[in-house]
Design a protein around this ligand. Structure first.
Ligand SMILES: NC(=O)c1ccc[n+]([C@@H]2O[C@H](COP(=O)([O-])OP(=O)(O)OC[C@H]3O[C@@H](n4cnc5c(N)ncnc54)[C@H](OP(=O)(O)O)[C@@H]3O)[C@@H](O)[C@H]2O)c1
Length: 302
C-alpha cells in the first residue's frame, strides 16, 4: 500500500516510515510539503499524493507552549486531522490518528480504558481530543491510537533531556507523582505496522471491532522519577560519564509548568491484546536497547 506518514521527522514518524518498508511504500512529506498549520490546503495536497492509507503522526506536541499557542495547537491537532479525515472518507481511504493519554484528567486509580470519559487538563490535551472528535465525526474507516510517554534515542524527549542534564548537573529534581508507561517510538511503530497488516483489507471492519479507539504503549508503569533513575543507572552501566550525584523525587506542585498533566497516565492494553493480538513488552525491558543507542550516539568516537 501507499501509506502517507505525516510527521515523518518526529519520533513516531521516523520509526514508522522505516518499519513500513519494504512491505509498503511510505510517503513521508516534509512539513513544507504538507503543513498541518494550513488545514485548508490539505485536500489539494492529498489529491496530489493519492495515498491508499493515512497514518497521522504529525502533531503540535509542545505541551507547555500550547497554553500560549492554543490556536496553532488546535489548527494542527484538530482542524488538520478533520480535513484529512473528510478527504479520507470521500476517497474511501483508511486513517489512523495518533492521540495521547493527555486527553484524560488522571483522576482514576486504574489504567484508563478506551471508553473512559476524556477530560483534558491542558490546551494540548484539549486540541488532541478535538482531533479525535473530528476524525470520528467524519465517519470514515478510522482508528484513534492513543499512546503515552514516547521517547527514542534521538529527538526531543525525556530520555534525551535526562541524558543531557545528568551530564551537566550534580542534582536532578524529577516529578514522582505522575505514573505512566515510558514507550519507545519503535514500539509504537511496530504496533502501528502490525495493526495495518492485521486490519487489511477490511479496515473498517477491523477498526470497528476496536470500536475505533485503541491504546498502544509499553506494559508496566513507573513515575518520571523512576524513569529518570533507570536512565541514569543504565547510562552509568554502559560507561557513560555523568556529573549527577543525586536524583530527588518531587511533587508536580514543586515543578511549576504552564500545562497541568494527569497524575495517572496508565492506559489499559486489554483491547490491544484482544482485537489486534499485540502484547507489548514492559517499559523496563525495552529501555536497555534505547540506552545502548544513546551511549553509542553520545560516545566521542561515534
Ligand atoms: N511524545 C509523546 O510523549 C507523546 C505521548 C502521547 C501521544 N503522542 C502523540 O504521538 C504522535 C507522535 O508524536 P511524536 O512524539 O512522534 O511527536 P514529535 O517527535 O514531536 O514529532 C511531531 C511531528 O509533527 C510534525 N509537525 C509539527 N507541526 C507540524 C505542522 N504544522 N505541519 C506538519 N508537520 C508538523 C513535526 O515536524 P517538524 O520536525 O518539522 O517539527 C514532527 O515531524 C502525536 O500525535 C502525539 O500527539 C506523543
Amino acid at each position: 500500500m501507499r501509506i502517507l506518514v505525516t510527521g515523518a521527522s518526529g519520533q513516531v514518524g521516523v520509526a514508522l516510515a522505516a518499519r513500513l518498508a519494504p512491505a509498503h511504500e511510505a510517503i513521508a512529506p516534509t512539513r513544507a510539503g504538507f503543513d498541518l498549520a494550513e488545514p485548508e490546503r490539505l485536500a489539494e495536497r492529498l489529491d496530489a499524493l493519492r495515498p491508499d492509507m493515512i497514518v497521522n503522526c504529525a502533531a503540535y506536541t509542545a505541551v507547555d507552549r500550547a497554553e500560549n499557542e492554543r490556536d496553532l495547537a488546535f489548527a494542527v491537532n484538530a482542524e488538520a486531522p478533520a480535513a484529512m479525515a473528510r478527504w479520507a472518507r470521500a476517497q474511501g481511504v483508511p486513517l489512523i490518528q495518533l492521540s495521547t493519554d493527555y486527553v484524560f484528567d488522571g483522576s482514576e486509580d486504574r489504567p484508563w480504558r478506551e471508553d473512559d470519559r476524556p477530560a483534558p487538563l491542558s490546551g494540548y490535551g484539549a486540541s488532541k481530543l478535538a482531533g479525535e472528535d473530528a476524525v470520528r465525526a467524519a465517519a470514515g474507516a478510522h482508528l484513534i491510537v492513543r499512546t503515552s510517554w514516547v521517547y527514542a534515542a534521538e529527538g526531543r524527549n525525556f530520555l534525551r533531556t535526562v541524558a543531557r542534564l545528568s551530564g551537566e548537573r550534580e542534582e536532578l529534581r524529577i516529578v514522582d507523582d505522575q505514573t505512566g508507561a515510558p514507550t519507545p517510538a519503535a514500539l509504537v511503530a511496530q504496533g502501528l505496522a502490525a495493526i495495518v497488516d492485521t486490519s487489511a483489507p477490511d479496515f473498517s471492519g477491523a477498526f470497528a471491532r476496536a470500536e475505533n479507539v485503541v491504546h498502544l504503549c509499553a506494559s508496566g508503569e513507573t513515575t518520571w522519577f523512576g524513569f529518570a533513575s533507570a536512565i541514569v543507572d543504565g547510562l552509568r552501566a554502559r560507561g557513560v560519564a555523568l556529573a549527577v550525584k543525586r536524583i530527588v523525587p518531587i511533587a508536580s506542585d514543586d515543578h511549576p509548568a504552564k500545562a497541568r498533566r494527569p497524575k495517572n497516565s496508565r492506559l489499559s492494553l486489554e483491547r490491544l491484546r484482544r482485537v489486534f493480538g499485540i502484547e507489548p513488552p514492559r517499559w523496563d525491558e525495552m529501555l536497555p536497547a534505547e540506552l545502548e543507542r544513546v551511549a553509542h550516539l553520545d560516545s566521542p568516537s561515534s
